[in-house]
Design a protein around this ligand. Sequence first.
Ligand code: TMP
Length: 212
Amino acid sequence: MFITFEGIEGSGKSTAIKRLKDWLQEKGQGVTLTREPGGSRLGRTLRSILLDIGNNDLTGETELFLYLADRSQHVHQVIRPALDEGVGVISDRYADSTVVYQGYGRGLDPKILHQLNDVAVRGLWPDLTLLFDLEPEIGLKRAMTRNLQDGTCASEGRFEAESLAFHTRVREGYLTWAAINRDRFRIIDAAATPDEVFEQVRAAVADVFSIA
Ligand code: TMP
């Protein structure tokens, strides 16, 4: 079982992920939670470089290769070993984030990004991807509040500092990419209440993995 969560900043993924983990464990399915960037030891260093607001001079290509390096290490050291042991994996972001942020957001070619992703993940694609869809205005407001509260504004705020136009391209890019990959994607209305959001998540997971 390999599930990924995608969506713009502030779409409420983290809360739903924790609830999904608890629910799956109640159903007897062991799961591990992980995230990108930063799911491996090397990845944690790459995360601090990628999200540091001081690194706003990275080229789009530099950013791309750092995300791919993070992903390759993550698959090799964390995701693949867990799946091989029969442990489910839930990742907060994965390869689709690269197609959407570096592709639809920054303007690199989504088709090439998909091919590079396939190399980085050695053909390992999720069984299910949940796209948390939300107006960027609402998501950014939520993300800013969270960053101010937990003090990660400067260390992790590089993408939140992007323009609304960028986040609008990201949101639309996600919807386009989800339509192209409709066999694997389910869209979650992330503007709903946390309980309603979780119910959509639970229903999608129960359906795809035939959990009663
Ligand atoms: P988050 O973990 O707090 O969501 O932050 C990760 C940020 O990195 C988020 O703004 C999306 C961005 N990102 C990319 O641009 N490309 C990628 O491949 C990934 C995994 C994340």
